[in-house]
Design a protein around this ligand. Structure first.
Ligand code: SF4
Length: 288
C-alpha cells in the first residue's frame, strides 16, 4: 500500500489503520495551515481505496479502528463513502470505529439522511477543526466557514449521532486578538457542545501565508504566558457540560485534561500555578 504526500491523523488515531480517501485538503486555503500545502488535492478512486483495504485485510485482526485520511474524507460522494464503509466491514469485521476529518462545508453539503446512512454503516466519529469562533478571525484566516455554518453543521452531527472531536487554537489571533479569540471560541463551543475538545497552541510554519505576515511584523505571536492567559479566558467563558477537554498536543505550553464544566476551576488553577511558577513546557518537548 502506498501513501501519497503528507499524511496526518489525530493523536487518538495513533493505533488506527490510515486509509487515504483523498490526497490533501479540498479547502487548503487557511492562512496558518501548513499540512497539505505541498499536495495537490485529489479524490482517490474508490477502486484504489478498495485495493488498499484488500491489501491490508491480512492485518484484519490487528486493527480495531480505521481513519479515513486526508484533510476531509467527508468530501467524497455519499455513495462512494458507503462503498468504502461496506468494504471495511467485509475485510475488517473486528473494526469498532471508522472516523475521518470533516469540514463544516462537507457536513452542510450532505443531507441529514445521507449523513445518517454513513453513520448507520459505520462512520462514527468526525474530527472538525473549528480553530476559532471569532467571526472576524475566521475571515482573516480564510477558513471558508462562518460561525453560523459551524453551528448548522454541529446541529446535524448531533441529530445523526456522530461523535464529534473539535480542535481550537490558542494564539491564532496574535497578541492583539487574544481576548476576541478566547471569548468568540468559548461562545462557539458553548453553542455546539462537542463530545471532545482539543486545545492546540498556535505555531507559525514557514510555508504559510501567516508566516509572511509574521516576518512583516503584521502578526505578533503571543508568548507562553499570554497563551495561558488566553486559555484561561476561554475556560472562564465556556459552558459545555460534559465535553471532554484536552490540551495534550505537542504544541501546548501546558498539558491539561478534564471534563467541562465540572473541572473548570481545577483547569484554571493548573494554569494559574503554571503562570506563577513559569513552568511552561520547554520548546524541546513542543517539537521545536
Ligand atoms: S486547517 Fe484544515 S481546512 Fe484549513 S487548510 Fe488546513 S487541513 Fe484544510
Amino acid at each position: 500500500m502506498q501513501y501519497y504526500g503528507n499524511v496526518f491523523r489525530p493523536p487518538s488515531e495513533s493505533r488506527s489503520l490510515i486509509i487515504q480517501a483523498t490526497v490533501g485538503c479540498s479547502h487548503n486555503d487557511c492562512t496558518f495551515c501548513y499540512m497539505y500545502k505541498d499536495d495537490e488535492f485529489r479524490i482517490r478512486s474508490v477502486e484504489d481505496i478498495k485495493k488498499d483495504l484488500k491489501e491490508m485485510s491480512g492485518y484484519g485482526d490487528y486493527f480495531e479502528r480505521i481513519f479515513l485520511a486526508d484533510g476531509d474524507a467527508l468530501v467524497l460522494k455519499t455513495e462512494d463513502l458507503l462503498e468504502i464503509l461496506d468494504t471495511i466491514k467485509k475485510y475488517f469485521p473486528k473494526v469498532k470505529r471508522v472516523s475521518s476529518y470533516a469540514t463544516a462545508q462537507d457536513i452542510n453539503r450532505k443531507s441529514v439522511e445521507e449523513l445518517k446512512k454513513l453513520y448507520e454503516n459505520g462512520l462514527e466519529m468526525l474530527y472538525i477543526g473549528f480553530e476559532t469562533g471569532d467571526r472576524d478571525l475566521l475571515k482573516k484566516i480564510n477558513k471558508g466557514v462562518t460561525y453560523e455554518e459551524y453551528v448548522e453543521a454541529m446541529k446535524k452531527v448531533k441529530e445523526v449521532g456522530f461523535k464529534s472531536s473539535i480542535t481550537i487554537i490558542a494564539g491564532l489571533g496574535g497578541v492583539k486578538g487574544m481576548r476576541e479569540n478566547a471569548v468568540g471560541t468559548a461562545k462557539l463551543i458553548s453553542d455546539t457542545k462537542p463530545d471532545y475538545l482539543g486545545y492546540l497552541t498556535m505555531r507559525i510554519y514557514k510555508n504559510t501565508p501567516l508566516y509572511k505576515d509574521y516576518v512583516a511584523g503584521k502578526f505578533e505571536m503571543p508568548d507562553a504566558a499570554e497563551i495561558l492567559e488566553e486559555m484561561k479566558i476561554f475556560l472562564e467563558n465556556v459552558d459545555s457540560e460534559g465535553t471532554i477537554f484536552r490540551s495534550n498536543h505537542a504544541s501546548n505550553f501546558i498539558l491539561l485534561a478534564g471534563t467541562l464544566n465540572k473541572d473548570r476551576e481545577k483547569l484554571i488553577e493548573a494554569i494559574d500555578q503554571t503562570l506563577k511558577k513559569k513552568s511552561f513546557r520547554p520548546d524541546a518537548l513542543r517539537g521545536f
